[in-house]
Design a protein around this ligand. Sequence first.
Ligand code: HEC
Ligand code: HEC
Length: 360
Amino acid sequence: MNPNRLLSAALVALVTLGAPIWIALSAPRWTTHASSTPPATLAETGLYADARTLTVADGLLEFAPQYPLWTDGARKRRWIALPPGSAIDASDADAWRFPVGTKLWKEFAFERRIETRYMELGRDGRWSYATYAWQPDESSATLAPEGGVAAACESSRGALHDIPGRFDCLACHEASPSPVLGFSALQLSSERDPRAPHADARESGVTLDELVARGLVRNLAAELLDHAPRITARSAVERAALGYLHGNCGGCHNSRGALAELGLDLAWSFEHGSRTLATTLGTPARLQGNGLARQRLVAGAPSDSLLFQRLATREPYLQMPALGTHLVDVQARELIAQWIAELGRRERNSLAHGAAGTRR
Ligand code: HEC
Ligand code: HEC
């Protein structure tokens, strides 16, 4: 299928279905904006106690997902604010429900702060998306135009960084059961994956255990309270590979969202674990074309695997993720190649054992 057509079909589906309606909890004395009108300046969103010194407001929690999104090497910081007295409902471990008035921020910096992205759950039960572009002297940040800002600055390796437009936010954030992608049981688990690419070594963020202990996350399944959530895999490389794909691809490629029809599920879920191999290994690619691998994943052969090809290119119509980056994530490319090689060794071993078995 024409990639553009499928992407625009997905966007149309997103726009017509709109955001899911969450359970509304009352939020007294808390400024919750109507979803259509994001504040004009970052200062007005409530991120800072003092916008001149950039002192972050009390009560905000900083967090760092263990499988972060690659954005051409941008340094990122993230915060969440929950309305006083409210809590997150974690009864669906794969799609937490946030209280009305929840605010989330994500700051991007290369040489300097460049943009701070913002999401807020409005009174109408819809998430609003906005991003604030920083002045070159970092004195303040103002609402970026809806279409984004192309070539807003140089990224760390000489390429350009685009500030995304609102449609881009929706394409990534509204194609899975929860629009919040990095604040989840798996992403905040106390047992962090030591091999996860680009993970924040500082481990500065709030953990799932702390959130539960403070009563900010409720109704989490007992087994996730007893054992820190983690991806179960056959090797450390496989765990990190599945985690990377979850964090960078699973927001779009999952079985509950707008692109489910593609039948490509790269998300990890507590409900059914990983379907990554089940929906890639030996599966013919939908998109067939000159120079493109014919299968999504071939054990032992990265270059014959469309998943690897599309992650390792920045050809505009082929690159994966489809948006948000101009540079190949070299660390991830190595990890995924290593994992595909390991799958090949595993297959050969099991064939050898199978052959030995028949001879006996
Ligand atoms: C290429 C896909 C992509 C695009 C485009 C994108 N985001 Fe995100 N965003 C993510 C992912 C994945 C995470 C979680 C992982 C992380 O933070 O590293 C995230 C995290 C966030 C967070 C922290 C809360 C959360 O969901 O974890 C905010 C706030 C946010 N994004 C806002 C925005 C806004 C506003 C836009 C548009 C201006 C935008 N994003 C565009 C993929 C994207
Ligand atoms: C912003 C949403 C989005 C993100 C994030 C994303 N993709 Fe995709 N992907 C798409 C869309 C839309 C298509 C279908 C159109 C096309 O083939 O270009 C697609 C198609 C694909 C295909 C082709 C499937 C086939 O059978 O032809 C592969 C493989 C793929 N993506 C891998 C990935 C990987 C790996 C990542 C993460 C590194 C990723 N995608 C991240 C939107 C996304």
